[in-house]
Design a protein around this ligand. Structure first.
Ligand SMILES: [Zn+2]
Length: 265
């Protein structure tokens, strides 16, 4: 493919046996390590032979630290703001970070972060009310919910506003494409449902995929996993076509270009 490795940016590392501090590697925010594992937890090779270790991908210590610094800055900037303003500033950062790492094993990292954040918020609250007791502060800024424990939450005119919790982000493991599947086989259902479940595919596209049985309405070929999909108006909008489901079809992007050019004629 014409790629070369940059020697100063390249490191050969063992992912299982520690060699000093260099075991495993970090790759955009993720740490890849292997850990010795007993017979119930070990990974297996393609022939079912136990390997004696398992591979874990986790948020790297650097990305956890960077995330903590960001949260800390937000808390410091909101020293004089209301609890509601603080929660509104923290939530998108917590949710964004948690979602980014939700495809890897992060439960431990999430738990650690939530505890760390609790301590930061306790300081934030104590700092505002130096003369009040811990009990008073807890009652003012934390709510006790059955089954959920204590939540940093503000009571606003619109209802209760809660702080997002890292550890409540469901961990979604990536599902590999089954080895014996081909985008060109007849089992379009597998592909449509697989793609329909993709978090970046909206409901409209998923429904169209299902209706078209996984095929492009222009070239009749099955959509493949990384194809760019575009929604087309069967009767173009310029010609009075409505923005209704019955006037929509799903195309490959390149097929859409061909059709749009013809529509213009
Ligand atoms: Zn097509």
């Amino acid at each position: 493919m014409g790629l070369t490795l940059h020697p100063s940016k390249t490191r050969i590392t063992h992912t299982l046996h520690p060699q000093g501090e260099t075991d495993g590697f970090d790759f955009p925010g993720f740490t890849v390590r292997q850990f010795p594992a007993g017979k119930y937890h070990t990974a297996h090779n393609a022939y079912g032979t136990p390997l004696g270790f398992k591979t874990l991908i986790q948020p790297s210590p650097t990305s956890i630290k960077r995330h903590q610094e960001k949260l800390k800055q937000i808390i410091e900037r909101h020293q004089a703001a209301t609890q509601s303003q603080l929660i509104a500033a923290l939530n998108p950062v917590i949710i964004g970070w948690s979602n980014y790492f939700s495809t890897v094993v992060s439960s431990q990292a999430y738990q650690g972060l939530d505890h760390w954040l609790y301590l930061q918020l306790k300081d934030w609250a104590t700092h505002r009310h130096p003369r009040k007791s811990q009990r008073w502060i807890t009652n003012k800024y934390w709510l006790l919910h059955r089954g959920e424990g204590w939540t940093f939450a503000a009571v606003t005119p619109d209802g209760i506003q809660r702080l997002a919790v890292h550890n409540r982000t469901a961990i979604k493991r990536h599902i590999k494409v089954q080895g014996n599947r081909s985008p060109f086989d007849a089992d379009c259902l597998y592909w449509s449902t697989r793609m329909g479940r993709h978090p970046q595919i909206g409901q409209q596209v998923a429904s169209l995929l299902k209706g078209q049985r996984g095929k492009c309405a222009h070239c009749q070929l099955f959509f493949k996993d990384r194809d760019l999909l575009e929604i087309d108006h069967i009767i173009p909008r310029a010609q009075g076509g409505k923005d209704e489901f019955t006037n929509l079809q799903l195309f490959h992007r390149h097929c859409h270009d061909v059709k749009s050019a013809n529509d213009g004629r």
